[in-house]
Design a protein around this ligand. Structure first.
Ligand code: OOG
Ligand code: NI
Length: 409
């Protein structure tokens, strides 16, 4: 029957995650090693720890990935919102990485499923950053004008893909054939382009920021990384080292303690030099390399309430109590109750701006250049909501709603 073959948003998200994972594995072979080691670590933790699944079923954790992409214009962001919307992924949170050290000229959100059962079926999410071309701390008026012109002339997402996306958002289903076509076009849109890079233009942007060059120096976008989830990131870090893969020098986020895991811990291995074709100023094409993409891995813990987060941001993990019961009683973290009345943590499904900036920074090729004291362009959650033309969800509202629902409040 036609209905039996219909593709739902959930199915489309699962297929997209799998297809991008396959693509990225062919593009960045060390990613495949990372996935293998992550799966081994998860199996070992599951075997040794009876409570291993308290933060998510082994099926979910093993399938779990987040991706990162970087865009140049508000129009591109609005388009990608339609593509992810078709996959049941909606914008959550606003992150301003221009305030970080070193400052990165982007603002970001994450597209992800909102409901617990959707997350359980497939938790794929994409951290999505947008270049702020009119921020005078990074770009002078002339470079802004050139960037704007360059970005306006490119097309990241073909019309057919956007039409299929809109159809899915309207109908909540596509035919099997339409679904396949969607996946094919979406995967191609996020593949590394073989088109030559204009050397002079790329270099000018790179002087300001290698993130600006990665975004605005080429006529396409690509997955920057795809991140599996592990149940023990310290063990993962150790095993990757043993395999001779050079990791960045630290794990971002809260340190390991005997307290319940909170928020998000992440680490990455260095950007790999990938062969890329360049068009030189004399018109010749040469093969050189760029280091912009990398591997990242993460471990997730319980989501903190605004009060818990403030305490963590101000004083570190030591400011939080030692048990789930205390975290719950003091309203510092989110929990629901299981059938036996025990506490079940609500997993943190979002990102941390400090860690995100650290991940960006660990992979910058140069210092970049920014002019303190210059005008920063206004970018905030309301601005981004207007660009998206759809609701920008507040992560705390989602966690609070889940807690209330789970307790029958
Ligand atoms: C995004 C960096 C942030 C994370 O997991 O916090 C990020 C990027 O490099 O484009 O992916
Ligand atoms: Ni990431």
């Amino acid at each position: 029957s036609p209905d039996g073959d219909a593709v739902t948003p959930t199915r489309l998200r699962t297929d997209l995650a799998r297809s991008l994972s396959q693509l990225y594995g062919t593009e960045v072979p060390a990613y495949t090693t990372l996935v293998e080691v992550s799966e081994q670590v998860n199996r070992d933790v599951l075997a040794a720890d009876p409570d291993a699944e308290r933060l998510g079923s082994i099926e979910r954790v093993t399938a779990e990935r987040h991706g990162a992409i970087r865009l140049g214009t508000p129009q591109e962001l609005a388009q990608v919102a339609r593509i992810f919307g078709a996959c049941g992924m909606y914008p959550v949170g606003f992150y301003d990485l221009r305030d970080a050290t070193p400052a990165i000229p982007v603002v970001s959100t994450a597209f992800r499923p909102l409901d617990r059962d959707e997350l359980a079926q497939n938790p794929f999410r994409v951290f999505t950053s947008l270049l702020v071309v009119d921020d005078r701390r990074f770009f002078d008026a002339r470079l802004e004008a050139e960037l704007t012109e360059f970005l306006a002339a490119r097309t990241l997402f073909p019309g057919e893909l956007l039409e299929l996306a809109d159809l899915m958002e309207q109908q909540h289903r596509l035919t099997a054939e339409q679904g396949e076509r969607f996946i094919e076009l979406a995967t191609a849109a996020f593949a590394l382009s073989p088109e030559p890079v204009d050397r002079a233009w790329y270099s000018r942007l790179e002087e300001v920021s290698s993130v600006a060059a990665d975004i605005g120096g080429v006529a396409s976008t690509h997955i920057n990384h795809l991140t599996p989830r592990v149940l023990d990131i310290d063990e993962l870090y150790r095993r990757m080292g043993e395999r001779g893969i050079e990791m960045i020098d630290r794990i971002q986020g809260p340190p390991r303690t005997d307290q319940p895991d909170v928020l998000l811990r992440q680490t990455s291995f260095r950007a790999l030099a990938e062969p890329r074709r360049f068009r030189e100023p004399d018109g010749s094409i040469v093969v050189d390399s760029l280091r912009v993409r990398f591997g990242e891995v993460e471990q997730r813990g319980v989501a903190l309430t605004p009060t818990g987060r403030q305490a963590y941001d101000d004083h570190g993990i030591a400011a939080l109590p030692d048990t789930d019961e205390q975290l719950d009683a003091l309203d510092l973290a989110y929990y629901t109750r299981d059938e036996a009345g025990g506490l079940r943590p609500i997993v943190y499904e979002d990102f941390l701006p400090k860690s995100a900036a650290g991940i960006f920074a660990s992979n910058l090729t140069g210092e970049g250049r920014s002019n303190a004291g210059e005008r920063s362009a206004r970018r905030d959650a309301p601005w981004m909501r207007d660009v998206l033309g759809r609701e920008l969800h507040d992560p705390y509202d989602l966690y609070a709603a889940e807690r209330s629902a789970g307790r029958g409040d």
